[in-house]
Design a binder for this molecule. Structure first.
Ligand code: GLN
Length: 315
């Protein structure tokens, strides 16, 4: 079997393996518009630096990026206002709590613990509020990183989040009262909800994962899109905090820097080797896609992608 056939076959097997677990999850309902997601959807896309692309299942299906936007939000903030400013507003430590938890804002520190949870992403977004068009710049960056200029906002999900986002609203007002947010909480929330409501597919996110895997350079064009020091920060936080309070288990079982979102996506990045994205709206209790999680796990085992797999790596 050729190298390409091996990857193709393994990806197909991964999707079939993962399909059997979909019944264990359910679609997110706390954002009413997300409840319309199809729990039977499952798909994946993998891209290597030579431009070879492999895909399977519902890989072309659009879904909202949700928390995967937190990584782009962080890149945007670090590029726009720099390290000192961003990390004066948000920390870099895992929480062990749910992605939408509010508890540590009061008991631990007024500064949210990391940019990969909701409170931390809202604080990160607030750093760019003084830019002339923060969402426009964020969207352009997303398009560039994903390699598709037609990426846009899912208006229905955005409005649904804005209406239902009372928990996020509570955190934002609490942070405004503690001067973590320097701007009006509603304006920051509006930017945050928009960032979460951008429509993508697995090809877009696999391309983005590939750019991260290649140190911020798009290997398909040779252009540097993100500075090295920022890429290193983002991938480190993906390892420690990218799967919320499931990050430790994911690191052990899968060992790929990754970020998940409640739209059902997981984006991953294997150093110098590939970008990977998987999708399935049925979520586990922690808000991670059951289907996408199992696809990552299968591929990690069968292609030797764990960061400590050493010689077992087949790519
Ligand atoms: N927009 C979602 C929220 O604020 C993002 C959460 C997620 O993907 N985990 O709750």
């Amino acid at each position: 079997m050729s190298h390409n056939e091996l990857i193709e076959q393994t990806l197909n097997n991964a999707v079939e393996y993962a399909r059997a677990f979909l019944h264990e999850g359910s679609v997110a309902t706390y954002i009413p518009e997300l409840a319309k997601g199809n729990a039977a959807h499952i798909g994946a896309c993998l891209i290597t630096p030579d431009g070879a692309q492999y895909h399977c299942g519902d890989w072309q299906q659009d879904f909202t990026i949700q928390s995967i936007s937190k990584t782009i939000n962080l890149i945007y903030a670090l590029q726009s206002v720099g390290y000192e400013k961003v990390f004066s507003k948000v920390g870099v430590e895992p929480t062990g709590d749910a992605f939408n938890s509010i508890v540590k804002l009061e008991t631990r520190n007024t500064r949210p613990l990391n940019p990969m949870i909701n409170a931390g992403a809202i604080a990160t977004a607030s750093c760019c509020m003084n830019r002339p068009d923060p969402f426009g710049e964020f969207l352009n960056l997303t398009r560039t990183l994903c390699g598709r200029q037609t990426i846009g906002l899912n208006e229905a999900v955005y409005l649904s989040e804005k209406k239902a986002g009372m928990r996020n609203r509570s955190m934002a007002y609490l942070m405004q009262s503690d001067n973590i947010l320097e701007n009006d909480a509603e304006q920051v929330l509006d930017l945050y909800f928009r960032m979460c409501s951008v429509n993508v597919n697995t090809q877009d996110l696999a391309h983005y994962g590939l750019v991260l895997a290649c140190d911020g350079v798009d290997p398909l064009t040779g252009k540097r899109l993100v500075e090295s020091w920022i890429v290193r920060i983002v991938k480190t936080l993906m390892v420690t905090c990218g799967m919320y309070d499931g990050s430790g288990e994911f690191a052990m079982k899968v060992g790929i820097p990754a970020k998940s979102g409640v739209g059902g996506g997981i984006m991953g990045s294997v150093e110098n080797k590939l970008g990977l994205a998987a999708f399935g709206p049925a979520l586990d209790a922690k808000g991670n896609s059951v289907g996408a999680y199992h696809i990552f796990e299968y591929l990690s085992h069968h292609l030797g992608l764990h960061y400590f797999s050493g010689k077992a790596c087949k790519i």
